[in-house]
Design a protein around this ligand. Structure first.
Ligand code: DQA
Length: 146
């Protein structure tokens, strides 16, 4: 079982960026945490981060036929990108949306998630643990899928 973990803009700045909102751990800490849990769960993972919308669309398209599922935190593109939504629909891979912060309790402009419309599940407000929940959920989802 192969899962691609995609992180969008400014998530490379974790640890520096608004630690009160996103915590003190770095992007590399996040990758190491997910990798450790994925190994325990017997899930193969690869990681992709970009600050560019088109690069995220490319990564989703290139996941087709290679990965069984996606874990996706599109960052601010969550709330703006129909292109990412369309890419998710195009490849039709099971995708789980993750947000480190609880976007439901933040500004009005964060209340819409386009990407989330093509995801089988969303975790938000759980910090880095949200990615681990997403991984376990996706593993179960892919295992039970007929
Ligand atoms: C985020 C929430 C988004 O609103 C924000 O633009 C981000 C990070 C989160 O993980 O909480 O960049 O996706």
């Amino acid at each position: 079982m192969k899962v691609l973990v995609i992180n969008g803009p400014n998530l490379n700045m974790l640890g520096i960026r608004e630690p009160g909102v996103y915590g003190n751990g770095s992007y590399n800490d996040l990758v190491a945490l997910i990798r450790r849990t994925a190994e325990e769960e017997g899930v193969e993972t690869d990681f992709f981060q970009s600050n560019h919308e088109g690069a995220l669309v490319d990564a989703i398209q290139q996941a087709y036929g290679v990965y069984d599922g996606l874990i996706l935190n599109p960052g601010a593109y969550t709330h703006t990108s129909i292109a990412i939504l369309d890419a998710l629909k195009a490849v039709s891979l099971p995708a789980v949306e993750v947000h480190i912060s609880d976007v439901s309790k933040r500004e009005p402009f964060r209340q819409i998630s386009y990407a989330g419309m093509a995801c089988v599940k969303t975790y938000m407000g759980l910090g880095f643990d949200g990615y681990l929940h997403a991984l376990r959920f996706l593993k179960q989802y892919l295992t039970e899928r007929p």
